[in-house]
Design a protein. Structure first.
Length: 508
Protein backbone atom coordinates (compact mmCIF):
# COMPACT_ATOMS: atom_id res chain seq x y z
CA UNK A 1 0.00 0.00 0.00
CA UNK A 2 1.45 3.31 -1.10
CA UNK A 3 -0.04 5.29 1.81
CA UNK A 4 -0.60 3.23 4.97
CA UNK A 5 -2.68 6.03 6.45
CA UNK A 6 -4.65 6.86 3.32
CA UNK A 7 -7.90 5.49 4.71
CA UNK A 8 -7.47 7.76 7.74
CA UNK A 9 -6.47 10.97 5.98
CA UNK A 10 -8.34 10.88 2.66
CA UNK A 11 -12.15 11.14 2.51
CA UNK A 12 -14.18 9.24 -0.04
CA UNK A 13 -14.77 11.29 -3.20
CA UNK A 14 -16.88 10.46 -6.23
CA UNK A 15 -16.35 11.88 -9.72
CA UNK A 16 -18.53 14.93 -10.44
CA UNK A 17 -21.66 14.56 -12.51
CA UNK A 18 -22.56 17.09 -15.16
CA UNK A 19 -25.27 19.59 -14.20
CA UNK A 20 -28.75 18.09 -14.45
CA UNK A 21 -30.12 20.77 -16.76
CA UNK A 22 -27.25 20.05 -19.16
CA UNK A 23 -27.23 16.27 -19.17
CA UNK A 24 -30.99 15.75 -19.56
CA UNK A 25 -30.66 17.53 -22.91
CA UNK A 26 -28.32 14.91 -24.37
CA UNK A 27 -27.58 11.19 -24.19
CA UNK A 28 -23.92 11.35 -23.18
CA UNK A 29 -22.70 9.71 -19.98
CA UNK A 30 -23.64 11.67 -16.89
CA UNK A 31 -20.16 12.19 -15.47
CA UNK A 32 -17.88 15.13 -16.25
CA UNK A 33 -15.39 13.90 -18.87
CA UNK A 34 -11.98 13.46 -17.25
CA UNK A 35 -13.39 14.17 -13.80
CA UNK A 36 -12.20 10.86 -12.33
CA UNK A 37 -8.46 10.93 -13.08
CA UNK A 38 -7.56 13.88 -10.81
CA UNK A 39 -8.95 12.07 -7.75
CA UNK A 40 -8.57 8.35 -8.46
CA UNK A 41 -5.01 7.79 -7.25
CA UNK A 42 -5.79 9.31 -3.86
CA UNK A 43 -8.97 7.24 -3.69
CA UNK A 44 -7.00 4.08 -4.42
CA UNK A 45 -4.70 5.07 -1.53
CA UNK A 46 -7.67 4.55 0.81
CA UNK A 47 -7.44 0.78 0.27
CA UNK A 48 -6.24 -0.84 3.50
CA UNK A 49 -4.52 -3.82 1.82
CA UNK A 50 -6.47 -6.07 4.21
CA UNK A 51 -5.07 -9.37 5.35
CA UNK A 52 -8.41 -10.93 4.35
CA UNK A 53 -9.88 -8.76 1.56
CA UNK A 54 -13.60 -9.44 1.71
CA UNK A 55 -14.05 -7.40 -1.47
CA UNK A 56 -12.85 -10.56 -3.24
CA UNK A 57 -15.89 -12.39 -1.90
CA UNK A 58 -18.24 -9.53 -2.65
CA UNK A 59 -17.33 -9.78 -6.35
CA UNK A 60 -17.94 -13.14 -8.06
CA UNK A 61 -15.16 -12.41 -10.55
CA UNK A 62 -12.56 -12.64 -7.81
CA UNK A 63 -11.04 -9.32 -8.84
CA UNK A 64 -7.60 -8.64 -7.35
CA UNK A 65 -8.79 -5.36 -5.91
CA UNK A 66 -6.06 -4.53 -3.36
CA UNK A 67 -3.42 -5.33 -6.02
CA UNK A 68 -4.70 -2.88 -8.60
CA UNK A 69 -5.60 -0.27 -6.00
CA UNK A 70 -1.96 -0.26 -4.90
CA UNK A 71 -0.71 -0.05 -8.48
CA UNK A 72 -3.03 2.86 -9.30
CA UNK A 73 -1.90 4.70 -6.19
CA UNK A 74 1.65 4.36 -7.55
CA UNK A 75 0.58 5.43 -11.08
CA UNK A 76 1.57 2.04 -12.52
CA UNK A 77 -1.35 1.83 -14.94
CA UNK A 78 0.04 -0.91 -17.17
CA UNK A 79 0.43 -3.43 -14.36
CA UNK A 80 -2.90 -2.33 -12.88
CA UNK A 81 -4.52 -3.11 -16.24
CA UNK A 82 -2.87 -6.55 -16.30
CA UNK A 83 -4.20 -7.36 -12.82
CA UNK A 84 -7.67 -6.10 -13.67
CA UNK A 85 -7.98 -7.94 -16.99
CA UNK A 86 -6.68 -11.16 -15.40
CA UNK A 87 -10.10 -11.63 -13.79
CA UNK A 88 -12.49 -9.45 -15.80
CA UNK A 89 -12.91 -9.42 -19.58
CA UNK A 90 -14.89 -6.19 -19.67
CA UNK A 91 -14.04 -3.85 -16.77
CA UNK A 92 -15.21 -0.80 -18.73
CA UNK A 93 -18.70 -2.35 -18.62
CA UNK A 94 -18.71 -3.41 -14.97
CA UNK A 95 -17.11 -0.15 -13.84
CA UNK A 96 -20.08 1.71 -15.30
CA UNK A 97 -22.96 -0.70 -14.76
CA UNK A 98 -22.30 -2.87 -11.70
CA UNK A 99 -23.84 -1.76 -8.36
CA UNK A 100 -20.50 -2.66 -6.72
CA UNK A 101 -21.14 -5.43 -4.17
CA UNK A 102 -17.35 -5.31 -3.71
CA UNK A 103 -17.71 -1.91 -2.04
CA UNK A 104 -20.39 -3.22 0.33
CA UNK A 105 -17.90 -5.94 1.33
CA UNK A 106 -14.94 -3.53 1.71
CA UNK A 107 -13.41 -3.90 5.19
CA UNK A 108 -13.20 -0.13 5.48
CA UNK A 109 -17.01 -0.06 5.10
CA UNK A 110 -17.42 -1.57 8.58
CA UNK A 111 -17.22 1.91 10.07
CA UNK A 112 -16.30 4.31 7.23
CA UNK A 113 -17.32 5.00 3.63
CA UNK A 114 -15.95 2.23 1.41
CA UNK A 115 -13.11 2.56 -1.07
CA UNK A 116 -14.43 3.72 -4.46
CA UNK A 117 -13.51 0.39 -6.02
CA UNK A 118 -15.87 0.74 -8.97
CA UNK A 119 -14.42 4.12 -9.95
CA UNK A 120 -10.83 2.89 -9.71
CA UNK A 121 -11.82 -0.05 -11.91
CA UNK A 122 -13.31 2.07 -14.68
CA UNK A 123 -10.36 4.47 -14.52
CA UNK A 124 -7.96 1.56 -15.11
CA UNK A 125 -10.06 0.24 -17.97
CA UNK A 126 -10.31 3.60 -19.72
CA UNK A 127 -6.61 4.30 -19.20
CA UNK A 128 -5.78 0.87 -20.67
CA UNK A 129 -7.58 1.74 -23.89
CA UNK A 130 -6.11 5.24 -24.07
CA UNK A 131 -2.58 3.95 -23.50
CA UNK A 132 -2.80 0.97 -25.85
CA UNK A 133 -2.63 -1.70 -23.15
CA UNK A 134 -5.89 -3.43 -24.17
CA UNK A 135 -4.49 -5.11 -27.27
CA UNK A 136 -6.05 -8.15 -29.00
CA UNK A 137 -4.75 -11.49 -27.74
CA UNK A 138 -5.27 -14.04 -30.51
CA UNK A 139 -4.30 -17.62 -29.72
CA UNK A 140 -0.85 -18.87 -30.66
CA UNK A 141 -2.36 -21.99 -32.23
CA UNK A 142 -5.84 -23.27 -33.06
CA UNK A 143 -7.30 -26.37 -31.45
CA UNK A 144 -9.35 -27.43 -34.46
CA UNK A 145 -12.48 -27.42 -32.28
CA UNK A 146 -15.51 -25.23 -32.93
CA UNK A 147 -17.97 -23.62 -30.51
CA UNK A 148 -21.21 -21.73 -31.12
CA UNK A 149 -22.33 -19.21 -28.52
CA UNK A 150 -26.00 -18.22 -28.60
CA UNK A 151 -26.47 -14.70 -27.25
CA UNK A 152 -24.13 -11.73 -27.17
CA UNK A 153 -24.76 -10.25 -23.75
CA UNK A 154 -21.99 -10.13 -21.14
CA UNK A 155 -22.10 -13.88 -20.41
CA UNK A 156 -21.97 -14.87 -24.08
CA UNK A 157 -19.23 -12.37 -24.91
CA UNK A 158 -17.11 -13.45 -21.94
CA UNK A 159 -17.45 -17.12 -22.85
CA UNK A 160 -16.65 -16.38 -26.49
CA UNK A 161 -13.53 -14.35 -25.71
CA UNK A 162 -12.18 -16.94 -23.29
CA UNK A 163 -12.75 -19.81 -25.72
CA UNK A 164 -11.27 -17.89 -28.65
CA UNK A 165 -8.14 -17.09 -26.66
CA UNK A 166 -7.89 -20.78 -25.74
CA UNK A 167 -7.58 -21.59 -29.45
CA UNK A 168 -11.07 -22.70 -30.35
CA UNK A 169 -12.96 -21.32 -33.35
CA UNK A 170 -15.95 -19.45 -31.94
CA UNK A 171 -19.04 -18.00 -33.61
CA UNK A 172 -21.52 -15.89 -31.65
CA UNK A 173 -25.14 -15.97 -32.83
CA UNK A 174 -27.29 -12.92 -32.02
CA UNK A 175 -30.91 -12.52 -33.06
CA UNK A 176 -30.77 -8.71 -33.03
CA UNK A 177 -29.21 -6.74 -35.86
CA UNK A 178 -26.28 -5.64 -33.69
CA UNK A 179 -24.10 -7.41 -31.16
CA UNK A 180 -24.40 -6.70 -27.45
CA UNK A 181 -27.76 -7.93 -26.16
CA UNK A 182 -29.02 -5.73 -23.35
CA UNK A 183 -25.68 -3.93 -23.30
CA UNK A 184 -26.65 -2.62 -26.73
CA UNK A 185 -30.40 -2.11 -26.55
CA UNK A 186 -31.32 -2.32 -22.86
CA UNK A 187 -28.77 -0.04 -21.18
CA UNK A 188 -29.28 3.66 -22.05
CA UNK A 189 -26.33 5.56 -23.49
CA UNK A 190 -26.26 7.96 -20.56
CA UNK A 191 -25.17 5.01 -18.40
CA UNK A 192 -22.75 3.53 -20.95
CA UNK A 193 -22.01 5.04 -24.31
CA UNK A 194 -21.92 2.34 -26.99
CA UNK A 195 -18.44 3.15 -28.25
CA UNK A 196 -17.15 1.24 -25.21
CA UNK A 197 -18.97 -1.86 -26.46
CA UNK A 198 -17.96 -1.35 -30.08
CA UNK A 199 -14.30 -0.99 -29.11
CA UNK A 200 -14.32 -4.28 -27.19
CA UNK A 201 -16.07 -6.03 -30.10
CA UNK A 202 -13.33 -4.84 -32.46
CA UNK A 203 -10.81 -6.41 -30.12
CA UNK A 204 -12.72 -9.71 -30.12
CA UNK A 205 -12.97 -9.75 -33.91
CA UNK A 206 -9.22 -9.13 -34.15
CA UNK A 207 -8.68 -12.14 -31.88
CA UNK A 208 -10.75 -14.33 -34.20
CA UNK A 209 -14.26 -14.42 -32.75
CA UNK A 210 -16.94 -14.43 -35.45
CA UNK A 211 -20.35 -12.80 -35.05
CA UNK A 212 -23.58 -13.77 -36.81
CA UNK A 213 -26.26 -11.11 -36.30
CA UNK A 214 -29.91 -11.23 -37.25
CA UNK A 215 -30.01 -14.98 -36.64
CA UNK A 216 -32.56 -16.36 -34.20
CA UNK A 217 -31.50 -19.84 -33.13
CA UNK A 218 -34.70 -21.84 -32.86
CA UNK A 219 -36.47 -19.80 -35.55
CA UNK A 220 -34.07 -18.84 -38.35
CA UNK A 221 -31.73 -21.75 -37.60
CA UNK A 222 -32.71 -25.09 -36.10
CA UNK A 223 -30.90 -25.45 -32.77
CA UNK A 224 -30.32 -29.19 -33.16
CA UNK A 225 -28.78 -28.66 -36.60
CA UNK A 226 -26.54 -25.95 -35.17
CA UNK A 227 -25.39 -28.31 -32.43
CA UNK A 228 -24.51 -30.90 -35.08
CA UNK A 229 -22.33 -28.36 -36.91
CA UNK A 230 -20.25 -27.42 -33.86
CA UNK A 231 -18.28 -29.40 -31.30
CA UNK A 232 -19.97 -27.55 -28.44
CA UNK A 233 -22.78 -25.09 -27.86
CA UNK A 234 -23.05 -22.38 -25.17
CA UNK A 235 -26.51 -20.96 -24.49
CA UNK A 236 -26.30 -17.44 -23.08
CA UNK A 237 -29.65 -15.96 -24.06
CA UNK A 238 -30.26 -14.16 -20.78
CA UNK A 239 -33.46 -13.96 -18.75
CA UNK A 240 -35.68 -11.79 -20.91
CA UNK A 241 -39.12 -13.19 -20.11
CA UNK A 242 -40.59 -10.09 -18.51
CA UNK A 243 -43.01 -10.15 -15.61
CA UNK A 244 -46.55 -9.00 -16.28
CA UNK A 245 -48.98 -6.88 -14.27
CA UNK A 246 -52.32 -8.72 -14.40
CA UNK A 247 -54.70 -5.98 -13.29
CA UNK A 248 -57.85 -4.62 -14.92
CA UNK A 249 -57.12 -2.36 -17.86
CA UNK A 250 -53.77 -3.93 -18.74
CA UNK A 251 -54.98 -4.36 -22.33
CA UNK A 252 -55.26 -0.60 -22.90
CA UNK A 253 -53.02 1.01 -25.50
CA UNK A 254 -50.14 3.03 -24.13
CA UNK A 255 -49.02 0.42 -21.57
CA UNK A 256 -45.68 -1.09 -22.55
CA UNK A 257 -43.01 -3.28 -21.08
CA UNK A 258 -39.73 -1.50 -20.33
CA UNK A 259 -37.92 -3.78 -22.77
CA UNK A 260 -40.31 -2.69 -25.51
CA UNK A 261 -39.60 0.95 -24.74
CA UNK A 262 -35.86 1.14 -23.95
CA UNK A 263 -34.56 -0.60 -27.10
CA UNK A 264 -36.41 1.90 -29.29
CA UNK A 265 -34.79 4.82 -27.49
CA UNK A 266 -31.40 3.17 -27.96
CA UNK A 267 -32.10 2.64 -31.64
CA UNK A 268 -32.53 6.39 -32.04
CA UNK A 269 -28.96 6.78 -30.77
CA UNK A 270 -27.85 4.11 -33.27
CA UNK A 271 -29.43 6.12 -36.09
CA UNK A 272 -32.29 3.72 -36.85
CA UNK A 273 -35.02 6.27 -36.08
CA UNK A 274 -35.30 10.03 -35.99
CA UNK A 275 -38.00 9.64 -33.36
CA UNK A 276 -38.82 6.45 -31.44
CA UNK A 277 -42.15 4.73 -32.17
CA UNK A 278 -42.84 4.80 -28.41
CA UNK A 279 -41.91 8.14 -26.89
CA UNK A 280 -42.59 10.00 -23.64
CA UNK A 281 -42.45 13.39 -25.33
CA UNK A 282 -45.24 15.61 -24.02
CA UNK A 283 -46.90 12.74 -22.13
CA UNK A 284 -47.79 12.06 -18.51
CA UNK A 285 -45.75 8.96 -17.69
CA UNK A 286 -45.96 6.44 -14.87
CA UNK A 287 -43.20 3.86 -14.40
CA UNK A 288 -44.23 0.77 -12.45
CA UNK A 289 -41.16 -0.77 -10.84
CA UNK A 290 -38.47 0.61 -8.57
CA UNK A 291 -35.37 -1.27 -9.72
CA UNK A 292 -32.53 -0.48 -12.08
CA UNK A 293 -34.67 -0.95 -15.19
CA UNK A 294 -37.22 1.48 -13.80
CA UNK A 295 -34.43 4.00 -13.20
CA UNK A 296 -33.26 3.51 -16.79
CA UNK A 297 -36.79 4.27 -17.96
CA UNK A 298 -36.89 7.34 -15.71
CA UNK A 299 -33.71 8.82 -17.18
CA UNK A 300 -34.92 8.08 -20.70
CA UNK A 301 -38.35 9.61 -20.09
CA UNK A 302 -36.77 12.80 -18.74
CA UNK A 303 -34.56 13.12 -21.81
CA UNK A 304 -37.50 12.63 -24.14
CA UNK A 305 -39.33 15.58 -22.60
CA UNK A 306 -42.25 14.05 -20.71
CA UNK A 307 -44.95 16.37 -19.41
CA UNK A 308 -44.78 14.57 -16.03
CA UNK A 309 -43.33 11.38 -14.62
CA UNK A 310 -43.90 9.27 -11.52
CA UNK A 311 -42.02 6.09 -10.60
CA UNK A 312 -43.81 3.56 -8.39
CA UNK A 313 -42.03 1.08 -6.10
CA UNK A 314 -44.09 -1.61 -4.42
CA UNK A 315 -41.57 -1.90 -1.60
CA UNK A 316 -41.31 0.46 1.39
CA UNK A 317 -38.59 3.07 1.31
CA UNK A 318 -35.34 1.42 2.46
CA UNK A 319 -33.43 2.87 5.37
CA UNK A 320 -30.24 4.85 5.01
CA UNK A 321 -28.14 2.37 7.02
CA UNK A 322 -27.71 -1.40 7.20
CA UNK A 323 -30.18 -3.27 9.34
CA UNK A 324 -29.21 -5.96 11.84
CA UNK A 325 -30.52 -8.52 9.39
CA UNK A 326 -28.08 -7.34 6.70
CA UNK A 327 -24.70 -7.18 8.44
CA UNK A 328 -21.42 -6.37 6.75
CA UNK A 329 -20.13 -7.74 4.33
CA UNK A 330 -23.36 -8.64 2.49
CA UNK A 331 -24.87 -6.22 -0.03
CA UNK A 332 -27.54 -4.31 1.92
CA UNK A 333 -30.93 -3.03 0.81
CA UNK A 334 -30.39 0.64 1.63
CA UNK A 335 -31.74 3.80 0.08
CA UNK A 336 -29.78 4.66 -3.06
CA UNK A 337 -30.17 7.48 -5.54
CA UNK A 338 -29.15 6.88 -9.14
CA UNK A 339 -28.26 9.67 -11.56
CA UNK A 340 -31.80 9.41 -12.98
CA UNK A 341 -33.35 9.85 -9.54
CA UNK A 342 -31.10 12.84 -8.92
CA UNK A 343 -32.32 14.31 -12.19
CA UNK A 344 -35.96 13.69 -11.30
CA UNK A 345 -35.58 15.19 -7.84
CA UNK A 346 -33.89 18.34 -9.11
CA UNK A 347 -36.43 18.77 -11.88
CA UNK A 348 -39.24 18.25 -9.36
CA UNK A 349 -38.01 21.32 -7.51
CA UNK A 350 -38.38 23.43 -10.64
CA UNK A 351 -41.63 25.45 -10.75
CA UNK A 352 -42.26 24.50 -14.38
CA UNK A 353 -41.72 20.78 -13.83
CA UNK A 354 -44.24 18.11 -12.88
CA UNK A 355 -42.18 15.22 -11.52
CA UNK A 356 -42.72 12.79 -8.65
CA UNK A 357 -39.25 11.28 -8.21
CA UNK A 358 -40.34 8.07 -6.47
CA UNK A 359 -43.41 6.80 -4.69
CA UNK A 360 -42.84 3.89 -2.31
CA UNK A 361 -45.26 1.25 -0.98
CA UNK A 362 -47.35 1.72 -4.12
CA UNK A 363 -49.53 -1.10 -5.41
CA UNK A 364 -51.19 -0.67 -8.80
CA UNK A 365 -54.79 -1.90 -8.69
CA UNK A 366 -56.14 -0.97 -12.12
CA UNK A 367 -55.78 1.18 -15.22
CA UNK A 368 -58.43 3.50 -16.53
CA UNK A 369 -58.77 4.43 -20.20
CA UNK A 370 -60.91 6.22 -22.71
CA UNK A 371 -63.43 4.45 -24.89
CA UNK A 372 -62.55 2.91 -28.26
CA UNK A 373 -63.42 4.88 -31.35
CA UNK A 374 -62.89 4.92 -35.12
CA UNK A 375 -59.42 3.68 -35.86
CA UNK A 376 -58.94 2.83 -32.15
CA UNK A 377 -60.14 -0.73 -31.55
CA UNK A 378 -58.97 -0.51 -27.96
CA UNK A 379 -59.08 2.39 -25.55
CA UNK A 380 -55.96 4.26 -24.52
CA UNK A 381 -54.74 4.47 -20.93
CA UNK A 382 -55.56 7.74 -19.19
CA UNK A 383 -55.00 7.02 -15.49
CA UNK A 384 -53.46 4.56 -13.04
CA UNK A 385 -55.12 3.73 -9.72
CA UNK A 386 -52.86 2.78 -6.81
CA UNK A 387 -53.13 2.17 -3.08
CA UNK A 388 -50.76 2.35 -0.15
CA UNK A 389 -48.61 5.05 -1.70
CA UNK A 390 -46.16 7.01 0.45
CA UNK A 391 -44.62 9.74 -1.73
CA UNK A 392 -40.93 10.59 -1.40
CA UNK A 393 -41.68 14.19 -2.42
CA UNK A 394 -44.96 16.13 -2.45
CA UNK A 395 -47.24 14.87 -5.23
CA UNK A 396 -46.82 16.57 -8.58
CA UNK A 397 -49.56 18.28 -10.50
CA UNK A 398 -50.22 15.04 -12.41
CA UNK A 399 -52.20 13.62 -9.50
CA UNK A 400 -55.97 13.42 -9.73
CA UNK A 401 -58.50 12.83 -6.92
CA UNK A 402 -58.85 9.21 -5.89
CA UNK A 403 -61.40 7.15 -4.04
CA UNK A 404 -60.67 8.02 -0.42
CA UNK A 405 -62.92 5.23 0.86
CA UNK A 406 -60.59 2.70 -0.75
CA UNK A 407 -57.43 4.62 0.04
CA UNK A 408 -56.75 5.11 -3.66
CA UNK A 409 -54.65 7.66 -5.43
CA UNK A 410 -55.10 8.26 -9.14
CA UNK A 411 -52.26 9.35 -11.37
CA UNK A 412 -52.82 10.74 -14.81
CA UNK A 413 -51.07 8.50 -17.34
CA UNK A 414 -50.77 8.72 -21.12
CA UNK A 415 -47.85 6.27 -21.10
CA UNK A 416 -47.22 3.48 -18.58
CA UNK A 417 -43.94 1.55 -18.52
CA UNK A 418 -43.76 -1.79 -16.72
CA UNK A 419 -40.33 -2.46 -15.20
CA UNK A 420 -41.15 -5.44 -13.02
CA UNK A 421 -38.11 -7.61 -13.64
CA UNK A 422 -37.76 -10.92 -15.44
CA UNK A 423 -38.81 -14.49 -14.70
CA UNK A 424 -36.24 -16.42 -16.74
CA UNK A 425 -35.34 -17.07 -20.38
CA UNK A 426 -37.95 -16.65 -23.10
CA UNK A 427 -39.61 -19.96 -23.81
CA UNK A 428 -41.34 -19.48 -27.16
CA UNK A 429 -38.43 -19.38 -29.62
CA UNK A 430 -38.08 -23.11 -30.31
CA UNK A 431 -34.53 -23.28 -28.93
CA UNK A 432 -35.30 -25.37 -25.87
CA UNK A 433 -37.67 -27.79 -27.58
CA UNK A 434 -35.29 -28.43 -30.48
CA UNK A 435 -32.46 -29.30 -28.09
CA UNK A 436 -34.66 -31.18 -25.63
CA UNK A 437 -33.68 -28.95 -22.71
CA UNK A 438 -35.47 -28.80 -19.38
CA UNK A 439 -36.30 -25.96 -17.01
CA UNK A 440 -35.66 -26.03 -13.29
CA UNK A 441 -38.17 -25.21 -10.57
CA UNK A 442 -37.51 -21.46 -10.94
CA UNK A 443 -38.09 -21.44 -14.70
CA UNK A 444 -34.42 -21.25 -15.69
CA UNK A 445 -32.55 -23.72 -17.86
CA UNK A 446 -31.59 -26.73 -15.79
CA UNK A 447 -27.87 -27.52 -15.63
CA UNK A 448 -25.41 -29.62 -13.68
CA UNK A 449 -22.39 -28.63 -11.58
CA UNK A 450 -20.32 -28.25 -14.76
CA UNK A 451 -22.75 -25.87 -16.56
CA UNK A 452 -23.93 -28.79 -18.72
CA UNK A 453 -27.57 -29.29 -19.68
CA UNK A 454 -27.60 -33.08 -19.88
CA UNK A 455 -27.50 -32.79 -23.66
CA UNK A 456 -24.07 -33.78 -24.96
CA UNK A 457 -21.89 -30.74 -25.60
CA UNK A 458 -24.55 -28.16 -24.67
CA UNK A 459 -23.78 -25.71 -21.85
CA UNK A 460 -25.62 -22.79 -20.25
CA UNK A 461 -24.08 -19.55 -18.97
CA UNK A 462 -25.44 -16.41 -17.36
CA UNK A 463 -28.98 -15.39 -16.54
CA UNK A 464 -30.50 -18.14 -18.69
CA UNK A 465 -29.41 -20.61 -16.00
CA UNK A 466 -29.03 -18.35 -12.97
CA UNK A 467 -32.01 -16.08 -13.40
CA UNK A 468 -31.98 -12.28 -13.43
CA UNK A 469 -28.71 -11.15 -11.87
CA UNK A 470 -25.84 -8.64 -12.06
CA UNK A 471 -23.40 -8.07 -14.90
CA UNK A 472 -20.48 -9.31 -12.78
CA UNK A 473 -22.25 -12.64 -12.26
CA UNK A 474 -22.93 -12.90 -16.00
CA UNK A 475 -19.26 -12.34 -16.87
CA UNK A 476 -18.12 -14.71 -14.13
CA UNK A 477 -20.48 -17.40 -15.41
CA UNK A 478 -19.29 -16.84 -18.97
CA UNK A 479 -15.71 -17.36 -17.85
CA UNK A 480 -16.57 -20.48 -15.85
CA UNK A 481 -18.72 -21.96 -18.62
CA UNK A 482 -15.82 -21.38 -21.04
CA UNK A 483 -13.56 -23.38 -18.72
CA UNK A 484 -16.16 -26.19 -18.65
CA UNK A 485 -16.38 -26.21 -22.45
CA UNK A 486 -12.60 -26.19 -22.82
CA UNK A 487 -12.38 -29.11 -20.42
CA UNK A 488 -15.06 -30.98 -22.39
CA UNK A 489 -13.26 -30.40 -25.70
CA UNK A 490 -9.69 -31.06 -24.62
CA UNK A 491 -9.84 -33.10 -21.41
CA UNK A 492 -8.38 -30.28 -19.30
CA UNK A 493 -8.25 -26.52 -19.02
CA UNK A 494 -6.07 -23.67 -17.85
CA UNK A 495 -8.94 -21.20 -18.05
CA UNK A 496 -10.11 -19.57 -14.80
CA UNK A 497 -13.23 -20.95 -13.17
CA UNK A 498 -14.44 -18.26 -10.72
CA UNK A 499 -17.97 -19.48 -9.91
CA UNK A 500 -20.14 -22.56 -9.98
CA UNK A 501 -23.76 -22.72 -11.17
CA UNK A 502 -25.04 -23.01 -7.59
CA UNK A 503 -22.95 -20.17 -6.13
CA UNK A 504 -24.91 -17.20 -4.85
CA UNK A 505 -24.11 -13.78 -3.36
CA UNK A 506 -23.28 -13.63 0.33
CA UNK A 507 -26.33 -13.57 2.58
CA UNK A 508 -26.88 -13.44 6.32
Amino acid sequence: MADPKGFLTTPRRLPPRRPVDERVRDWDEVYVPGGLLPIVSAQADRCMDCGVPFCHDGCPLGNLIPDWNDLVSRDDWRRASERLHATNNFPEFTGRLCPAPCEAACVLAINQPAVTIKNVEVAIADRAWESGYAVPKPPERLSGRTVAVIGSGPAGLAAAQQLTRAGHTVAVYERDDRVGGLLRYGIPSFKMEKHHLDRRLRQMRAEGTKFRTGVGVGTDVDAAELRARYDALVIAVGARAWRELPVPGRELAGIHQAMEYLPLANRVQEGDYDRPPITAEGKHVVIVGGGDTGADCLGTVLRQGAASVTQLDIHPRPGDERTEGEPWPIYPKVYRMSAAHEEARELAASPEADVDARVFSATTVRFEGDTPGPGRPQGRVRALHLVGAVPEVPPGRAEAPGDERRGERVLRADLVLLALGFSGPERDGGLFAQLGLELDARGNLARDAGFGTGREGVFVAGDAGRGQSLIVWAIAEGRSAAAAVDRYLTGGTALPDPVGPADRPMTA
